[in-house]
Design a protein around this ligand. Structure first.
Ligand code: PEP
Ligand code: CO
Length: 443
């Protein structure tokens, strides 16, 4: 893509963008944002790419998870640590059960922009722009909140930097020491129906670790963890401002996050998002869902991975438990026939969203699990390979998805339903899913 530039997307139709009242104000903010230091480095991005290539070969497993949307108000130490803890716990369960390295990627430190089905919302005769995430506007139904404000781009950058700073500090100290997994215990672990199973995993891992060190195989790696950030690259002005050239490496990197992905609604081949993503060096994800044609998926692979590089492109499929069996096999076949290098992962959340009669947006644990289990089986029977998973989850005790070990039912959703957007697995449901993956895939 010789003529590609971080601004090229502006000549294409861009869906799901903010409609700012003043172009001049946006330009002024863009000028500031473009001068601020990057949030991640090209070294980290290239390391992640090589780890993703290993996942595509079946030697590692990608665990990607976090909030549907982060809010600025949630940039707090306990909320961030709880998210980190549940992802670390899940990764321990997966490492132990799958005997593979686990690549941990949070939907964190920048997951502030959301696609919406309608541009506007009308309540009691008053019409205002829809809430598009804290990066763009506020959720309260007032004019002051809902009119998009570009100053929020700076605030989002700031929150992302604070979050990453905290994660980096934790990842490099005692908190992340594999010898002390008790640091990752969430309060619930002691009184959960899953406690025994989890503690058994931890005990066995500690023994393996001791064994490894006794024979001299320990390394610095065991005292720290790698943790990567990701977000939907939806708001293209924000992504553009953080897209930079670096010394000693050709091309442009999105230095706002390690792994940006393209949402299902903005994956049109002629659109601005594909144009932007086609030019950056980062590994990129793209959501693939019901209705995608075999022809289309081949074109997506060509546009997003023109050099057919390993670890560069992730297809995150999200069909729903009732559709995956019909929809996925032809896409796998098209990718195989085209010879495309791809890492396939399953997002069993976004095709399984429903609304209750009382108006809660929810997802049923049994359908999430069913889609995931089908995904493993379908890849296997097509001679392909599912190399990872993508979840909306939280380290807190929320009640947003129905089912799981504690049998949360529809009546219980009101107790702690906090999501402004999609329903997330709570800590216990998330851990249960990790255990279910292991039961399915244990070697
Ligand atoms: C999301 O991941 O939050 C999302 C909006 O997913 P999708 O683009 O698959 O609908
Ligand atoms: Co979502």
């Amino acid at each position: 893509m010789n003529n590609w530039h971080p601004t090229s997307w502006q000549s294409k139709p861009a869906l799901q963008q903010a409609n700012y009242p003043s172009a001049k104000d946006l330009d002024a903010i863009m000028a500031q944002l473009s001068g601020l230091p990057p949030l991640v480095t090209s070294w980290e991005i290239e390391t992640l790419k090589s780890e993703l290539a290993a996942a595509a070969r079946g030697e590692a497993f990608l665990l990607q998870g976090g909030d549907c949307a982060e809010s600025f108000a949630d940039c707090q130490s306990d909320i961030i640590t709880n998210k980190l803890k549940i992802l670390l716990q899940m990764s321990l369960v997966l490492i132990h059960g799958l005997s593979k390295r686990v690549i941990r990627v949070g939907r964190i430190a920048g997951q502030y922009a959301k696609p919406r089905s309608a541009d506007i919302e009308t309540v009691d005769g008053i019409t205002l722009p829809s809430y598009r995430g804290d990066l763009i506007n506020g959720s309260a139904f007032t004019e002051a909140d809902r009119i998009p404000d570009p100053v929020r781009l700076l605030r989002g950058y700031g929150r992302a930097a604070m979050t990453l700073n905290f994660i980096r500090a934790l990842s490099d100290c005692g908190f992340a020491d594999l010898h002390h997994p008790e640091n990752w215990d969430l309060d619930f672990v002691h009184h959960s129906p899953l406690a025994n199973e989890y503690h058994q995993v931890v005990k066995e891992l500690s023994h393996s670790l001791q064994f490894l060190e006794t024979i001299g195989g320990g390394s610095d790696e065991l005292n720290r963890i790698r943790f990567y950030s990701s977000h939907e690259g939806l708001h293209l002005h924000y992504e553009q401002a953080l897209t930079r050239q670096v010394p000693n490496r050709p091309g442009y990197y999105n230095l706002a996050t390690h792994l940006p992905w393209i949402g299902f609604r903005t994956a049109g081949l002629d659109g601005a998002h594909i144009e932007y993503f086609s030019g950056i060096k980062n590994p990129v994800g793209v959501k693939v869902g019901a209705g995608m044609s075999a022809e289309n998926i081949g074109h997506l692979a060509e546009r997003l991975n023109p050099d057919n590089e390993a670890g560069k492109l992730i297809f995150i499929h999200r069909f729903g438990a009732h559709k995956i069996a019909n929809e996925l096999p032809p896409l796998i076949e098209a990718v195989q026939q085209g010879g495309h290098q791809v890492l396939w992962i399953s997002d069993p959340m976004h095709g399984n969203t429903e609304s209750t009669k009382t108006g809660y947006k929810t997802r049923q644990f049994k359908y999430i699990l069913s889609e995931l289990e089908q995904a493993f089986d379908i890849h296997r029977s097509c001679n392909s390979h599912l190399g990872g998973v993508h979840f909306e989850l939280t380290g807190d005790d929320v009640t947003e998805c129905i089912g799981g070990a504690r049998g949360l039912n529809e009546m219980g959703l009101g107790r702690a339903y906090r999501s402004q957007v999609d329903p997330r697995l709570n800590y216990e449901q998330a851990l249960e899913i990790a255990m279910a993956i292991v039961r399915k895939e244990k070697v």
